[in-house]
Design a protein around this ligand. Sequence first.
Ligand code: HEC
Length: 182
Amino acid sequence: MKRTALFLGMAASAVALASCQQPASKAVGPRAEVSIQEIMQSQVDAPADVIWNATSTIVDANGEVTHTPRTDEDWKALRNAAVTLLEAPNLLVMEGRPLLKAGAKVEAEDEGWVSNGAQIQAALDKDRPLFNERAWRLQGAAQEVLAAVDKRDAEQMEIAGSKLIEACHACHGQFWFAPAKP
Ligand code: HEC
């Protein structure tokens, strides 16, 4: 009796499983939903600002005041930013992600010192491996930021923060600042 119940249960779950199966044609891998520009704005620039703004020294008539992260909340916010930054390069290198969403323009593209969307796209088409290598460099810098945050070491975080800026420039020099030469 017990056995029959068990068997019936198994059969029922097999039926349930079969009916859940996706048609073979449906893609189940990651899907790029937003553009490289949107990742740049929300998952690269925004968290990098959190890291860079966390430490500062203000010098005025009253002397020097150094601001560093202190509370658990401060460090928690920094950790969230570092984690976002660490995974962002995976999103940047993903296949099928457009550079811009329809109708969007690259920041400052009318000012002449940065490339426009078509120029950047051509540079990407010409040397995607270079773009990806620059993305991994960003990831390397983000790893150092996270390590410093986990040690709650503000000084080490500042050093990692300067490597982060270098990683931004290394890609921008190639793919954003004008004109990208395809
Ligand atoms: C792997 C390449 C790469 C790396 C690394 C990178 N960027 Fe970018 N970034 C780009 C490209 C390409 C553009 C131009 C397209 C666009 O506007 O997003 C850009 C544009 C931007 C823009 C302008 C976005 C807009 O509104 O058009 C900002 C802000 C920016 N990056 C910030 C950063 C910061 C901060 C870092 C480092 C923490 C960084 N980027 C690292 C490739 C990169």
